[in-house]
Design a protein. Structure first.
Length: 201
């Protein structure tokens, strides 16, 4: 199970909420974090209006990286080998802000989203009047161009600068951007490009 935040959370003893609608995947997540007391693990899907949703899950994944693939959007899998090999599970759902308020978070510094095509809907659910995260990272590669443009515009209107990557977009609050950050970002991106090209050779 790929988790880009695990190292940072464990090394820095962060507090936070990890949300996952699949019980079996949530159990793996809890195990990965050794039941750290400063983390809350919530088993729910996120939806703006519904309290129960259909979760479309891959049946018999063909690769380890596909383990746990699931989405509330059926069309997420229409261009994959799993389009005719899915199972449907009904799961509970909550509004994102409902989860945040229920767990009494007073601020959100990092919002990490990876919902297999539902990321734009998650961003729309977040109330930027509550608190503006320092950093938002979401997966844009499964969004339509139309929805991706709307997500960028919403973030820009809330004073974020967006940095598109291959599959994800990183949005940073404008007040964090300074010449030192831009210099570091440039060299990090350059090293990633060079590493990628060397690997291809």
């Amino acid at each position: 199970m790929h988790d880009p935040l695990r190292m940072f959370i464990l090394n820095n003893n962060w507090n936070g909420i990890l949300i996952e609608p699949q019980r079996e995947m949530l159990k793996k997540c809890i195990k990965n974090y050794n039941k750290k007391e400063n983390l809350s693990f919530i088993c729910t899907a996120l939806h703006p209006t519904k309290t129960v949703v259909n979760l479309y899950k891959v049946r018999a994944p063909k690769h380890y990286s596909h383990t746990g693939w699931a989405s509330v959007k059926l069309d997420r899998f229409k261009e994959t080998v799993y389009k005719n090999n899915l199972k449907i599970e009904k799961v509970n759902a909550m509004h994102l802000m409902g989860v945040i308020k229920k767990n009494k978070l007073k601020s959100v510094d990092l919002l990490q989203i990876d919902t297999e095509g539902f990321d734009w809907e998650i961003i729309k659910m977040y109330d930027f009047h509550f608190y503006k995260p320092l950093l938002i990272q979401y997966e844009h590669c499964h969004l339509s161009i139309h929805d991706y443009v709307k997500s960028i515009n919403l973030l820009k209107n809330n004073n974020y600068i967006c940095f598109p990557q291959k599959n994800d977009t990183i949005a940073l609050r404008k007040n964090l951007i300074n010449p030192l950050f831009l210099t570091i970002y440039f060299f990090v991106r350059l090293s990633m490009i060079l590493k990628s090209r060397l690997t291809e050779k």
